[in-house]
Write a protein that binds this ligand. Structure first.
Ligand code: ADP
Length: 225
């Protein structure tokens, strides 16, 4: 079986600033991998390359059996919509929409009709302990609730891969751990591959494996006991 994701010699600079300098990583299907490393080491840039959001200057990116760095922007955007889910540090919910409309959004964008899309969205509210919050707007949710809504939005389309960039970075530690429990549990049930960028060892401990990014390269993980 081919891996879910693979970067080979990926390099990318922002102007004069090299963010990645030949990053190699392979992530198996269904694996939950934490990408660790100091601030500015290239973790988010690597995640964006693996997700087809950024195109590297050099190297190759393979996702779900396709070489994605050579796809057109339209094809990459279709791949992201159909196969990937995203969770960011700040939920980034659409403030004009209710919580359940936010969750249904990926389905609506993929052409699912409104009623079935909302029904599938609502099923996630129960699963994630968000009962009764479906009609609220993001301004009426706590940080932890908003992030669980963001998790539901990432998972509702049953994506092959969820990319989570510091998903607990804006939460207190207990709320962060609840969000990680829900993410890992849902991912395992669905066989979803997860790429989790974090600088917190406590959060990385939820993953099957850790990779370290230093100075734009993936290095062997720090030895932990
Ligand atoms: P990390 O996620 O490990 O904190 P990043 O991937 O965000 O690291 O950044 C790696 C390097 O690239 C840093 O030096 C950062 O300042 C730079 N960088 C990241 N994104 C941009 C951008 N959009 N424009 C310019 N420089 C950027």
């Amino acid at each position: 079986m081919s891996p879910a994701l693979e970067a080979r010699g990926v390099a990318l600079s922002f102007g004069e600033t090299p963010a990645l300098r030949g990053a190699d990583v392979t992530i198996d299907t269904g694996e939950i991998v934490a990408v660790m490393g100091p601030s500015g080491s290239g973790k988010s840039t690597l995640l964006h390359c693996l997700a087809g959001i950024l195109t590297p200057d050099a190297g190759e990116v393979h996702a779900l059996g396709r070489r994605i760095d050579e796809l057109s922007e339209a094809d990459r955007s279709e791949l992201r919509r159909d196969k990937f889910g995203f969770v960011f540090q700040f939920g980034q919910l659409v403030p004009e929409l209710t919580a359940e409309e936010n969750v249904a959004l990926p389905l609506l964008l993929a052409g699912v009709r409104r009623d079935p899309a909302l029904a599938r969205a609502r099923a996630w509210f129960e699963r994630l302990g968000l009962d009764g919050l479906g009609k609220r707007r993001s301004g009426e949710l706590s940080g932890g609730q908003a992030q669980r809504v963001a998790l539901a939005r990432a998972l509702v389309g049953e994506p092959a891969v969820v990319f989570a960039d510091e998903p607990t970075g804006a939460l207190d530690s207990l709320t962060g751990e609840q969000v990680m429990d829900l993410l890992v549990d849902a991912a395992r049930r669905q066989g979803t591959t997860v790429v989790l960028v974090t600088h917190e060892a406590r959060i990385a401990a939820y993953a099957d494996r850790e990779v370290m990014v230093r100075d734009g390269r993936v290095t062997t993980p720090a030895v932990t006991s």
